[in-house]
Design a protein around this ligand. Structure first.
Ligand SMILES: [Zn+2]
Length: 292
């Protein structure tokens, strides 16, 4: 699932490659992905791509004042196509292709575009055509962006203050902080040497400062690695840059302990016991609840 760094890199990629082209057409094959009806997708045809932005994990392609916004969700991805000339027309309901955006040709006569695809059976990829990005409920409700200037240790202190939420859940909550998902919350907590189950409101000022540092440095590093990569290379870059997420059973690169996994909410999280939980493995609460 693309999170802040990957979406940021995709936005940058599209800024470089799509801005200046006009939209020729938008073909929707996964009808459930389209969440808006007014304005219709056909209204995008003929409009110039003027700007591309990121809001949390949402990608916002500004087409001369109309916004093509997407949330790639868990299984979604964006695929850039250098030339769609001669590409087969899209067929609804077949394969991972959800939406194809066709752009006007460049001087070489190549007509580029991009495609949104979604793997798996859980269809969560979402597309919105709106006059204002804030018309997308998920964007209107976003918390502060952790890479924005205003995201200071003091702001984070206000955010965690009094919260009875486990810090892992708080970091992933888009209404609290925008752009961090399951992977980067694991990474941030590993860098901060903090238990994912720690209650947010119990953090000391020093721990809030460490957590702030970990959030900003982890995301900045990931954005730096992803920057300039082609859309197709982002997924493997994300994976190779992760220290604990998705690395159950491997050795922690900091201390050598074995990275462990425990279930959390609708998925699982990974952590290093030595770095984060005083060497003690976390109890799998879901499992122990089932055994009672
Ligand atoms: Zn470790």
């Amino acid at each position: 699932m693309p999170e802040l760094p990957e979406v940021e890199a995709l936005a940058e990629f599209l800024r470089e490659h799509a801005v200046g082209h006009a939209v020729v057409g938008v073909d929707v094959t996964a009808f459930q992905a389209l969440k808006t009806v007014d304005p219709p997708v056909t209204a995008l045809a003929g409009l110039l791509v003027t700007c591309v932005a990121r809001h949390g994990k949402f990608l916002d392609v500004d087409c001369d004042g109309l916004h093509f916004v997407t949330h790639l969700a868990r299984g979604g991805w964006l695929r850039w196509r250098d030339d769609l000339t001669g590409a087969k027309p899209v067929r609804p309901g077949k394969g991972p292709l959800a939406v194809r955006v066709r752009l006007s040709p460049d001087e070489d006569g190549r007509a580029p575009g991009f495609e949104l695809t979604e793997a798996g059976t859980q269809k969560r990829l979402a597309v919105y055509v709106v006059r204002d990005p804030e018309d997308v409920p998920g964007i209107a409700g976003l918390g502060p962006d952790p890479l924005a200037e205003g995201f200071t240790p003091d702001l984070l202190k206000t955010i965690v203050g009094g919260s009875r939420t486990q810090i892992k859940g708080l970091l992933r909550d888009q209404k609290v902080i925008a752009g961090i998902g399951n992977a980067y919350s694991d990474e941030v907590l590993h860098v901060a040497k903090m238990s994912p189950f720690k209650i947010a409101g119990t953090l000391t000022d020093g721990q809030v400062a460490d957590l702030h540092d970990a959030i900003v440095s982890t995301l900045r590093d990931a954005v730096g690695r992803a920057r300039g990569l082609a859309a197709k290379d982002l997924k493997s870059e994300k994976k190779s840059g992760l220290r604990v997420h998705g690395r159950t059973g491997e050795a922690c690169e900091v201390c050598g302990d074995t990275i462990r996994e425990v279930s959390f909410a609708d998925s699982s999280l990974q952590y290093c016991p030595t770095c984060q939980t005083g060497g003690k493995p976390l109890a799998d609460r879901r499992l122990s609840r089932l055994l009672k």
